[in-house]
Design a protein around this ligand. Sequence first.
Ligand SMILES: Nc1ncnc2c1ncn2[C@@H]1O[C@H](COP(=O)(O)OP(=O)(O)OP(=O)(O)O)[C@@H](O)[C@H]1O
Ligand SMILES: [Mg+2]
Length: 276
Amino acid sequence: MLANGKGAIRIEHVDKVYDAAGAPVQAISDCSLDIRAGEICMIVGPSGCGKTTLLNAVAGFHDITGGSIWLDDEMLCGPGKPQAQPGPDRVVVFQNGALFPWKTNLENVAFGPVVQGRMSKAAAREKARELMAMAGLSGTENSYPGEISSGVRRRVEIVRALMNDPKVLLLDEPFRALDSLTKSVMHEALLEIYYKNKVTIFFITHDLEEAIFLGQRVAIMTTRPCKPKKVLDVDIPHPRDYSVLTSRRFRELMEETVHAVHEEAVKAFEAGEKEM
Ligand SMILES: Nc1ncnc2c1ncn2[C@@H]1O[C@H](COP(=O)(O)OP(=O)(O)OP(=O)(O)O)[C@@H](O)[C@H]1O
Ligand SMILES: [Mg+2]
């Protein structure tokens, strides 16, 4: 297991009720999950179960209605402080991440720390070049986002997220729109970045193969309101490459995950039928 000192996220008995227009929706109920410092923790579960809600609560995009969330020894939100303050220690890479189309890839990567007054333009560019080289993006610095493939764009977005040296990367289905070949290249690129940065990764996906290939643990969430139904240890050593996909252990873990997720998906479907 790869260990490092970057942020551990502790989710303790978290509840979240949305109360839009007097129609409460309980998205999360009594959810507890410890994400270890430097771990890749994958989150899977039925559509609409509350995964994004949980990620957004960690990021500080909305409040929680019970429990607490910690980053190392700091309470991000909890009693007396319902909403976490978004911060550069936790960076979100969205499913449809937006790069500025009128800026070059290098300018996009270097932009954040400069406008935040954290780095000079020259220092940010230097760091951006280093990170881009590390992610196999050398040669794309002066192209524009519209001139590169969607897979390369995703890599630029991930590198951009690393510019502030975050403790935690929050990824919400970042590769959903990619074809399977590009996705497999992205997985190896993400692992390369991870092995060099050892940032803690909280990664939501619907792709169970992706979950097991990348994760050190996979949290399988219940149907809404969500909490972990099962946390699976992926006991396949890192560093990993694509050969693990054909291993017997990988297939066993897949089977276990498919079974648990399917059970919850059926429950979600039946609950949806009742509501209709
Ligand atoms: N702003 C909101 N106001 C009211 N209800 C919301 C809001 N955002 C999400 N919900 C509801 O909360 C529940 C959980 O939504 P969430 O987006 O967290 O699910 P998810 O697990 O990420 O789903 P998916 O896999 O489809 O992305 C859903 O029933 C959703 O309709
Ligand atoms: Mg979601």
